[in-house]
Design a protein around this ligand. Sequence first.
Ligand code: FE2
Length: 212
Amino acid sequence: MQFQVLKVGLVLALIAGVIWVQPGPQTAEAAAFKPVICGPAGLHSAAASKVIKVADKSGLSDAEIAYLYIQANLFEVETAELGLARGTAADVKSHGEMVARDHKGVVRAFEELIQMNGIKPVSTDAAVNAEKQHSAVMEKLKSKQGAEFDKAYLQHEAGNHRAVINALKTVLIPAAKNDAVVKHMQAMLPAFEHHLAVTLKAAKNAGVKLPG
Ligand SMILES: [Fe+2]
């Protein structure tokens, strides 16, 4: 049981992308599900990427997985829109525009899918913590300007995309029981991996060193 709790905490830490951005004061209120923001999907590939097959140890229900997945996408939208608005380098602005557009599309498609499959997202304490961690990330990014913002943004985006891809492959997809949910997540992986590749290229162009 203790392992299970630790595992869920790890997943959420990964999803929240807090690997490189230290959490600030936890001032955010409990996570309320945000309104759906719809937009063109703009995804780059529907081909399923190779998924690591591991046994599910998380104990997450499909309802909890759906909440975490939508939450992670909305976090991406929020940071990306900040990148578009505040970024200085052209690479950062175009990155923010692409990532926000794509993840809005993912949320729209996934919400349609879970509605058709009778899955209603359910929050957990861990999801509330993820919201607090995301709020700390946003607070930190908003405190920066110019090249310092670009650097912090690209570092966050690289870490967050790596974390989300890893969480999808090793936890969320293995834990999901609904076939449509699994297929959706597998189909989205190439797009998320494309985002990571674009992030790494933008960081290289900007001379931003990334941990790892
Ligand atoms: Fe992304």
